[in-house]
Design a protein around this ligand. Sequence first.
Ligand code: BG6
Length: 490
Amino acid sequence: MAKLAKIPPGVGPRHPQVVVLVGATGDLSRRKLLPGLFHLSRAGFIPGCRIVGVSLDQIDTEGFRKIAREALDQFSSRAVKEADWSAFADTLDYVPISGGAVVLKAAIKGAETKLGGESRRLHYLSVPPNAALSAVRLLADADLVDRSRIVMEKPFGTDLASAVSLNAKLHEVFAEDQIFRIDHFLGKEPAQNILAFRFANGLFEPIWNRNFIDHVQIDVPEKIGLGKRAAFYEATGAYRDMVVTHLFQILAFMAMEPPTSLEPVPISEEKNKVFRSMSPIDPKNVVRGQYAGYRAEDGVDPESDTETFIALKCAIDNWRWAGVPFFLRTGKQLAEGQRIISIAFREPPKSMFPVGSGVGAQGPDHLTFDLADASKMSLSFYGKRPGPGMRLDKLSLQFAMHDTGMAGDVLEAYERLILDAMRGDHTLFTTAEGIERLWEVSTPLLEAPPPVRLYPPGGWGPKSIHQLVAPHAWRLPFERVWRDPNPEGH
Ligand code: BG6
């Protein structure tokens, strides 16, 4: 069981917080948000905090507390002690959405009175896209816009026109600096570690460009299928669910120029420059797949054209990256669940090693980031096999956060992002401009998607993914597995 994080001073919000959790009984809330808020409260990150649950369900505060308790028992990654639970349960209130603006406002005022002093509101909209704008209007009618921040869940539109319209309607009520568009991949500790790795070290910066890097892969295969999300997924598909959100955001961290400072605005500027430099996605460079059996799933159209898999090649046409292909892949029901960024370095200009020595036989040198919950990294290179002659093997330097004994301090992505939103820190959130640009580069693909190709569940996608990366090869499945950092189980 993870131990409690040590809390450095100043990491919590400056004011007590009332969290208005819209969609409080839904899947995301039960899996991530309630367990996350529980951990943040218990660990002392947010000492003054009350949560007002809001949803379509006609339940009362007791009913909501019961749902929250069940959610913690089922989904919290940490033990739930009775004393912690009862302190947390006391901070939970509930109003059904049918009560309207007056009832909601009274509940928030009640929570604020209990907190005392000057508090802030964090509206967390964990609702489907078609419900988000009516929730925003409800908040406006209840006069809950002042002293507030609002966290929005994806999808932020489904194409350029809908994203522009969504942002415009949002801006009628909330100013851009009040809006926190969440992309939970950016809250993952290893994603932030990309920034630390790149900008805190001189070692790799000189080679972080087209002169030394041959190509990049961002590969996020998933073993899981649809679960109970058929309705959402049918209308969304792998590209909108994963690529235009998570994978492009990770790509921006990997590819951006050093920001002028590690502050939200300079970081967003550099990310947006990456998006502006991206070439429009050419449908010829895209493989769309659908796992065999998808059309027979409950809630799926028997003639569905939705992709459950996508692989694509994209280009960042700027001085640093011109000519370096970025290969992205993700899909459901694949052989393994992995989240890696793999950077392939150029091979040496000339090899003096004898034929059969093994040089180059196992692909180029790679720097690999594993975005699993605690960071892992590896740098692979050719080295000499011990003994006579000159035979080469692929070796690697590997780091795992578990080696440091600090893996227990890792905040889960949602915990980190909720805390940042309470503190008003936009660093790990996406902007309207960035999102709109990503939809703009997606337009050719959305207008003329290539046909979906069937692939067998448990594989790596349709066969044509190999032509997409040729003459390179997909890095996954790994030829050499990660070393177990704790082989003796100590
Ligand atoms: C979500 C997608 O945003 O991210 C899911 O909607 C996907 O389809 C999930 O499974 C993956 O997140 P994680 O943190 O489990 O890698």
